[in-house]
Design a protein around this ligand. Sequence first.
Ligand SMILES: Nc1ncnc2c1ncn2[C@@H]1O[C@H](COP(=O)(O)OP(=O)(O)OP(=O)(O)O)[C@@H](O)[C@H]1O
Length: 605
Amino acid sequence: MARNKYDIDESLETEFSFEQLKRLGTYIKPHRKEMIITILIMMLSSALGMLTPIILKNIMDDYIPNKNIRGVVFISIALLIINLVIVINLRIKISITTKLGQSIIHEIRSDIFNHLQELPFSYYDDRPHGKIQVRVVNYVNSLSDLLSNGIVNTITDLFSLIFIVAFMLFLNIRLTLICLCGLPLLMILIFVIKKRQRVAWQISSNKSSNLNAYIAESINGIRVTQSFVRERENIEIFNNLSSNYSSAWMNAVKYNFLLWPAIDNISTLTTAAIYVLGVAWIDQGISSITVGVLIAFTGYIGRFWAPINTLASFYNSLLTAISYLERIFETIDEPVLVKDIEGATTMPDIKGKVEFKDVTFSYDEDAMILNGIDFTANVGESYAIVGPTGAGKSTIINLISRFYNIDSGQILIDGVDINTVTIKSLRKQMGVMLQDSFIFSGTIMDNIRYGNREASNEEVIRAAKTVCAHDFIMGLENGYDTEVNERGSRLSAGQRQLISFARALLADPKILILDEATSSIDTETEILLQEGLAKLLKNRTSFIIAHRLSTIKNSSCIMYIDGGQIMEMGTHDELMAKKGYYHELYMSQYSFLNDDEIKVEESIF
Ligand SMILES: Nc1ncnc2c1ncn2[C@@H]1O[C@H](COP(=O)(O)OP(=O)(O)OP(=O)(O)O)[C@@H](O)[C@H]1O
């Protein structure tokens, strides 16, 4: 998929596909027992409801003319009991269907969320997160009505309709045929608006997705917005997207509203025809039509159009739901591009040799990012990757953990091609600290333990001490049990980095990847950290990206990357002596210091 953003509509499925409904059926199938019970209960209610007009007919044609008071009282009690049973059945139905709808919704939502956990970085690179979120929350929620009431009501109403028509035919065939004349008219209307109505709902779901994407983006970027006083412009964009959504929704709902008045009119028309013709036929003395028959029949007309109304409303929600289902299933079906190959084996215990053999990689087909990367990192050595911004440094380290598939070449760990082992067994043995040191909502302890769920409190604290995070954590009101918000907004950038640093260490990895791990850490803490880091890096192969070159001066090897290629490789001294790219970069960082000051600065680290 091309990259999407909040003001770009997602593509629309063109054809109405019953596949979506068939798939929805697979979620409903395990609950068929409850569904059948509810349908049976509702059919009983509907059959009982059917008796009322027949009973009324008997009162009119028989009991009243014959002054049968006992019969009238008896029938009234029977009607009361019928109504009571109907009410109790309705209560049972609501309780079962509400639970049923919610559990199906939970299953669909879990399927999307579970799949999202598997999808590679590239999926998230390509679309706004708000558009993903709206599928998991809003779209799935919007199926609630369809699943909890829609299906049961529809099946029950279909049966009711069959009962009603049977009762009507039993009462009088002529009058029944007049009533049924209204149906073809309704069918024509549904056929005419069907396609437009479906597209209108698809457009509405797109606009709601755009709006959500923008809201999510604005919330994430609120600090920048306020710093650059962009609130007015943001409100304008929001108003625009919101009004687009409102108009799209109004347009879609307009089609839904077409059906009810149409049904009302057709129903009134047929009822009027039945009265006029019924009275005329009684007048002509047609024996099968009595006043009682006419009254009973008009009772059935109301009951005949009520389920049709519900069926039409089900049809409306079905079309709405399909536009959401398309998006939901699209996410569930999104191919997991970075996945285990067939027969993938478990990565043996890693020792730490990492080889890149002529690796090429691109995020988008038309822009090559890495071009022929070739290097070997030996067990237990530290490799620094430096170079200008956008050179491809983070990309290289993302490939070691196989966050993306490479285009060509090979990446080997201890001689094993990482494509041939399971991703889980590979990543479990890596300690990765990415540029974005993400903090999850929860305690500091939980956040560090993210690196190794089995780690004891003591191990967590030891890791925090190693990276010099312990002191600041103990300074928080509840120490390690202090609750932090999502993204760690109550922590400083450096504190967040220290926590994610500890998290990476806790996994006790043989390969450690640190992307800008110390960029926000003050010099004093960094000096302390260097000590811990030196201990920590011992016996581990590490890859460190750092713009502050003092941090990586002691690395076993420094790679200078530019334009997706390794331009230079060697120790700090070798590269300085070479007076090439690295030398230039180093000198540019310290150009404000004279030679003596550089010596002092260097001696610190
Ligand atoms: N998810 C992505 N999709 C498309 N292009 C990307 C993506 N991430 C990075 N790029 C592009 O790939 C190139 C290399 O990016 P990378 O993040 O590896 O650079 P870097 O050397 O780590 O930069 P910096 O020092 O600024 O972090 C850049 O041109 C960037 O625009």
